[in-house]
Ligand binder design. Structure first.
Ligand SMILES: [Zn+2]
Ligand SMILES: [Zn+2]
Length: 209
């Protein structure tokens, strides 16, 4: 269950949070389109951070239902109200910047573009947009990109991250099944739902059918 969250001034000071689920570039309508193993993992986190390119406001609301939630707008999220372009999280005296990252690579690369988006010394910057994983420490800042949850091009795998914040701060990259296996499972699931619906076995509908 999410632990205590204390609001203080413009940024949030959050105590005793140890595990943060980090996801990005979902590009789906609802949380039900994400793998069950991922959803189960996120419900065990103290906080879930989404780094943009949700695709729908429904997904934002779904994530708010399962965890303490923070998120930023991606370049595909202009229609979703209430999402900041960037945000700052303070966890156990660590300062973590979160941003989608579109437009940050120009003209001097992501390291420069990301760090200049935030004021003061940061311990970590979490970003998305590239659909490419990154987990490196440069000049004392942890740069972490969890890749795309759905394995969107050019990602070869579906992935997300778990950030652990104690005296030190670190991120673990979690790789899910390959895209081919994921889409095979998804099409089989959709086909079985369609057959059930057409045969009158299941009259309920969801966002897929
Ligand atoms: Zn994206
Ligand atoms: Zn993007």
């Amino acid at each position: 269950m999410p632990r205590s969250l204390i609001q203080e001034n413009s940024s949030d000071l959050i105590e005793n949070i140890m595990k943060i689920g980090v996801i990005a570039d979902t590009h789906v309508h609802r949380i039900s389109e994400l793998p069950t193993s991922l959803i189960n993992a996120l419900t065990r986190m103290d906080m879930v951070v989404h780094l943009g390119d949700f695709h729908s406001e429904d997904l934002v609301n779904d994530l708010k239902e399962i965890a303490d939630f923070r998120g930023v707008a991606g370049n595909h999220d202009g229609h979703i109200p209430g999402l900041p372009e960037k945000d700052l999280i303070e966890v156990n005296n660590k300062r973590i910047g979160i941003i989608h990252g579109h437009g940050c690579a120009f003209p001097f690369g992501f390291k420069w573009g990301l760090t200049t988006q935030f004021e003061g010394k940061l311990d970590a910057i979490l970003y998305g947009h590239t659909h490419s994983c990154r987990n490196t420490v440069e000049d004392g800042i942890l740069f972490f990109n969890p890749g795309s949850v759905i394995g969107r091009f050019p990602a070869m795998h579906r992935s997300y991250g778990i950030m652990t914040v104690e005296d030190e701060i670190s991120c673990e990259l979690i790789t899910l099944e390959t895209k081919r296996y994921y889409y095979l499972n998804r099409y089989i699931g959709l086909a079985s739902k369609a057959v059930s619906y057409c045969c009158g076995l299941n009259k309920s509908t969801d966002s897929y059918i």
